[in-house]
Design a protein around this ligand. Structure first.
Ligand SMILES: Cc1cc2nc3c(=O)[nH]c(=O)nc-3n(C[C@H](O)[C@H](O)[C@H](O)COP(=O)(O)OP(=O)(O)OC[C@H]3O[C@@H](n4cnc5c(N)ncnc54)[C@H](O)[C@@H]3O)c2cc1C
Length: 377
């Protein structure tokens, strides 16, 4: 069959890359706990990091649907790689792209598009997670710029990043309207990074605390107009949620594929376990939820590409796809019996990595609260 549609072409080419280059080493990379720099660079060379940005500004001229297709495929291979790539394309570079100076564009954004510089996104603080109104990292105006003081935590890529997009309060009395994003290069005096956290899943993704102690930056390092930090964040929230849903779909597909293969091969009571209805029911649920997750997710991405507001649709997609992925990974470990408990097989990794999906873009309790409100409660 000839597939000329760009979505099919990009999916096919990413799927080939994942099958050939990612899946054969995924278990060993995960076990090593080392950031997969070589694979990350290869993904960069494929133009993935610029997929959301226009060609005339150093991007690859794609859209959100292509961005999500690519990251669905990467997540099918290795969630750690998909997570850092997704961050590189969106949260890590978006504010720099829209609000950075020409110099930042040349010295940070364009190298990030090639994977030569690593960004990260710093919202969460030890005492402020879901509740961004509780952010206390302060950017105080001085005569020649701002001085930042505060602590961020759970910063994906924190230990290996070259620059940070940091959410700071500039006027605590204004609460959410006082929140603004700032560009902070890693080498700025006063920036310090903790040891990487030990985590349950996505073990090769480096996460840490990042402390800002009397960090002086010039005025132009504020990214966006003062007072618009939260509305600028809201402008990419649907995309963050749709992307997380796509990662969930990738993981769900991996869990289902490995579970089906195992169910065909493993014999019990004289027949393959896949011949038993209780095993079939698990696969049937995975397959059905996969289709539903796809419909929700790619409806949301099309709406984003059409510039139709879709926070509700993207939220439902993220919520549903992630719950389905967590369930599928859990069921896959059961289908594997005792081998699902062994570090030798893939399904334990899917199970651990599925938990990664629960937090980014909003916890499920917060998403459910939003969905119930939109439903009229
Ligand atoms: C793997 C991973 C990577 C991450 N990467 C980043 C990153 O790169 N940058 C970054 O800034 N942050 C990052 N985070 C942090 C993530 O954004 C936060 O974990 C998330 O915002 C939730 O905050 P919290 O963990 O402090 O939980 P809390 O907000 O303290 O919530 C604790 C519990 O209370 C529930 N809860 C909170 N509010 C409500 C409510 N209104 N109604 C009902 N229940 C509620 C939550 O759902 C949760 O169950 C990462 C986290 C993880 C685990």
């Amino acid at each position: 069959m000839i597939r000329s549609n760009p979505e099919h072409l990009i999916r096919d080419s990413m799927a080939r890359f994942v099958d050939k280059e990612v899946i054969p080493q995924a278990q060993q990379i995960d076990a090593s706990g080392e950031f997969p720099m070589e694979l990350f660079r290869k993904v960069g060379e494929m133009g993935v990091f610029g997929i959301r940005y226009p060609r005339n500004k150093g991007g690859s001229g794609g859209n959100t649907t292509l961005y999500c297709i690519i990251h669905e495929e990467l997540a099918r291979g290795l969630m750690s790689l998909a997570a850092v790539s997704a961050m590189q394309c969106l949260m890590g570079t978006n504010f720099l792209f829209h609000f950075g100076t020409q110099e930042m564009h040349e010295n940070f954004f364009l190298p990030a598009m090639k994977g030569e510089k690593i960004p990260c996104f710093c919202l969460t603080e030890p005492e402020a997670g879901s509740d961004l109104g509780a952010v206390t990292t302060l950017a105080q105006r001085t005569k020649d710029g701002f001085v930042i003081n505060g602590m961020k935590t759970w910063v994906t890529n924190g230990p290996i990043a070259d620059f940070y997009t940091v959410l700071c309060q500039t006027d605590p009395a204004k609460k959410l309207r006082g929140l603004n994003f700032f560009f902070v290069p890693r080498e700025t005096p006063g920036v310090s990074v903790s040891q990487p956290f030990e985590t349950l899943g996505t073990r090769t993704t480096r996460m840490s605390e990042v402390a800002f102690t009397n960090v002086h930056i010039p005025f132009e390092f504020m990214l966006g107009r003062e007072g618009e930090g939260v509305s600028n964040l809201m402008s990419i929230l649907s995309e963050i949620r749709a992307m997380t849903a796509a990662l969930a779909i990738g993981l769900l597909r991996a869990s289902m594929a490995d579970a089906i293969q195992y169910a065909k091969e493993r014999m019990a009571f004289g027949r393959p376990i896949g011949r038993y209805q209780l095993i079939q029911a698990k696969i049937a649920n995975m397959a059905t939820e996969l289709e539903a997750a796809r419909l929700l997710t790619y409806r949301a991405t099309k709406m984003i590409d059409d510039k139709t507001p879709c926070l509700k649709e993207a939220t439902m997609a993220k919520y549903f796809a992630t719950e389905a992925a967590c369930k599928a990974a859990d069921e896959a470990t059961r289908i594997f019996g005792a081998y699902g408990y062994s570090m030798e097989y893939t399904v334990q990794r899917y199970y651990r990595d599925s938990r990664f999906l629960l937090y980014g873009g909003g916890t499920h309790e917060v998403l459910q609260t939003n969905i119930a409100r939109w439903a009229g409660l």
